[in-house]
Design a protein. Structure first.
Length: 319
């Protein structure tokens, strides 16, 4: 017999969060601060609700929605009028925080709204701006290559264009940073990513935009998705070299540059790289293996919602 699904509703006020589960019809109260949000996230992570519904209450819902979404819990924001109409239709006319939470949980079970933790427009804007940043970098590189052969007034025009492009690059980088800061979900993930030695703003932004599966797949799946997992090239008695191919080239390019830094400044990656080189592996092969290991560490940190300094079982997940 299939286990009955559990649905959760949260009534939000300025200082407290009332959480109810359906069909259990119980209610618990948490303080609306960092301690309370951590407690409610841990509580719902153990319950595994099919979805958690919150009312869109003019901004109070943002932080708790971000906390739950980052933990992998499905969250849906609903118009308060829909909840009120549902309460009237089901005969619940009294109104307290605990009753409201029970009504929201019942609404979640009956309507099953779709989760949308980050707006499509916001996500698309983020991706478009990141693409534009890459284009500007390519233009700057091309202009610098032309500058070496230019003379006279042409050289001055190229120098002026490079200066203008650099300003555009600075502006768009600042805008990307502002978008991340404006989204609690992305801001928390960015903080976790940037805590890892070797992971800078470029890789963090690239992962946020182009690898939403991060933290939701195992180490083999995420490596194959990015294109750093080795594949056999065997046929009959012939045994070819294992190679990496396919995947998401933009993510792989950013990961490559960060791995170069990590082989110098990340103690885990540096030790792994030196061990492979000492064992006779070609530097290119060793670097690819380090890319895979760094990606696995990143994936584990996002999945466990920790930072590099925290005592998480990252090493046991890599290899």
């Amino acid at each position: 017999m299939e286990k009955e699904k559990i649905y959760a509703g949260i009534d939000i006020s300025k200082e407290r969060l009332d959480v109810s589960l359906y069909p259990e019809d119980n209610c618990q109260t948490f303080s609306y601060d960092e301690k309370g949000m951590t407690a409610i996230t841990e509580y719902l992570s153990k319950v595994h609700p099919a979805i958690v519904v919150l009312e869109a209450t003019g901004g109070y819902e943002t932080l708790i929605a971000a906390s739950l979404s980052t933990a992998g819990i499905a969250v849906a924001l609903t118009n308060p009028r829909q909840i009120r109409d549902f309460a009237k239709a089901t005969g619940r006319l009294a109104k307290t925080d605990s009753i409201d939470a029970r009504v929201i949980a019942h609404f979640a079970a009956a309507i099953k709204p779709l989760p949308k933790p980050v707006s499509d427009d916001q996500a698309q804007e983020f991706k478009d701006m990141l693409m534009r940043r890459r284009q500007i970098i390519e233009m700057i590189t091309a202009e610098k290559n032309r500058l070496g052969k230019a003379r006279g007034s042409v050289k001055k025009h190229i120098e002026a264009h490079i200066q203008w492009l650099q300003k555009e690059l600075d502006d768009i980088s600042h805008r990307l940073s502002e978008i991340v800061k404006s989204s609690p979900i992305w801001r928390e993930k960015d903080d976790m990513l940037r805590s890892i030695p070797g992971v800078g703003p470029v890789l963090s932004l690239t992962l946020l935009a182009d690898l939403p599966e991060l933290g939701k797949l195992n180490r083999r799946q995420i490596s194959a998705l990015v294109g750093v997992a080795p594949f056999n090239r065997d046929s009959g008695l012939m045994r070819g070299k294992r190679t990496v191919w396919g995947g998401r080239s933009k993510v792989r390019a950013a990961l490559y540059m960060s791995t170069l830094v990590a082989t110098r400044y990340n103690p885990v990656i540096r030790a792994f790289y030196l061990r492979l080189c000492t064992a006779g592996k070609a530097k290119k092969v060793a670097l690819t293996a380090c890319m895979r290991k760094l990606l696995t560490i990143i994936n584990a940190i996002i999945r466990t919602r920790t930072t590099w300094a925290a005592p998480v079982p990252v090493i046991n997940d890599v290899g």
